[in-house]
Design a protein around this ligand. Structure first.
Ligand code: NAP
Length: 246
């Protein structure tokens, strides 16, 4: 029988400065895991966590689209916390414009930030992980938008569908040395979803059998399970939306 993949011990979280990313960082630190987090802006909340967990959290200001800066950050994380064996691809930008009104430059920006850059980061982290003979875990944060249609989110949905598809192929390609999964949350309150009006939010709640919007706190335990627990879950997209999309 092949050996199972051990829990991740050093987890890199992109976009760990606010919203769901910050909730994931906070949860992993409370679980005793070493965490590296980056975003373009290090928020006061992330700085406060770094003071609370000086030996367990390394935070930096990095744009995921600046590949050399991302690579330098990963190397510094390794020398500070140890080899990275967990990656949460969480950083992303949203969209709130009909496709016909979205400029080609904005389309490129969304695809670069939400699809190309996470794949480049994943490649870089994986190469270093595998070169060191480590096993590991990858969790991609995608969205219910990849599975159901939503107006105003065409390019965004395309990137999330791309990451779902990449998750499945990564799981096959990595042959069980690295478990690759995705979580696909329903809409939750954050800076990204602030564009939704109360009418839209009420409509989502009405269509949700559990009767409430998804919260980051609903998603965090699933991410923790995929990073730390001894499961045979691999190549899956786990939807967390109270069955709103069913
Ligand atoms: N909110 C929802 O309803 C919802 C639903 C389903 C899925 N999701 C997904 O959940 C994840 C988190 O979303 P959220 O709602 O928590 O969003 P958010 O509050 O807007 O946070 C996004 C995070 O990504 C970072 N980020 C954005 N662009 C970046 C860049 N170029 N380089 C580095 N970091 C960057 C942001 O920091 P900086 O801006 O400072 O860089 C921030 O830390 C995303 O993948 C999103 O697609 C969200």
């Amino acid at each position: 029988m092949s050996e199972s993949v051990p829990p991740a011990s050093v987890v890199l979280v992109s976009g760990g400065s606010r919203g769901l990313g910050l909730a994931i960082v906070t949860d992993l630190l409370a679980a005793g895991i070493k965490v590296a987090a980056f975003a373009r802006t290090v928020t006061p909340e992330l700085t406060a966590l770094a003071s609370k967990y000086p030996d367990h959290l390394y935070a930096g200001s990095v744009d995921i689209n600046d590949s050399p800066a991302v690579q330098a950050f990963v190397k510094t994380v390794e020398s500070t916390l140890g080899p990275v064996d967990g990656l949460v691809n969480n950083a992303a930008i949203g969209q709130d414009s009909l496709h016909v009104h979205t400029s080609p430059e904005r389309l490129e920006d969304i695809i670069q930030t939400n699809l190309t850059a996470p794949l480049v980061l994943t490649r870089f982290v994986l190469r270093r992980m595998l070169a060191k003979g480590l096993k590991g875990r990858i969790v991609n944060v995608t969205s219910i938008c990849a599975q159901r249609g939503y107006p105003g989110l065409v390019a965004y949905s395309a990137t999330k569908g791309g990451m779902d598809a990449a998750t499945r192929s990564l799981a096959r390609e990595l042959g069980g040395r690295v478990l690759a999964n995705a979580v696909a949350p329903g809409f939750f309150a954050s800076d990204m979803s602030a564009v939704l009006g109360q009418t839209q939010l009420d409509q989502i709640v009405r269509r949700t059998p559990t009767g409430h919007l998804t919260e980051p706190e609903d998603v965090v335990p699933v991410v923790r399970m995929l990073l730390l627990d001894n499961t045979n879950i691999n190549g899956q997209v786990l939807v967390i939306d109270g069955a709103a999309s069913i």
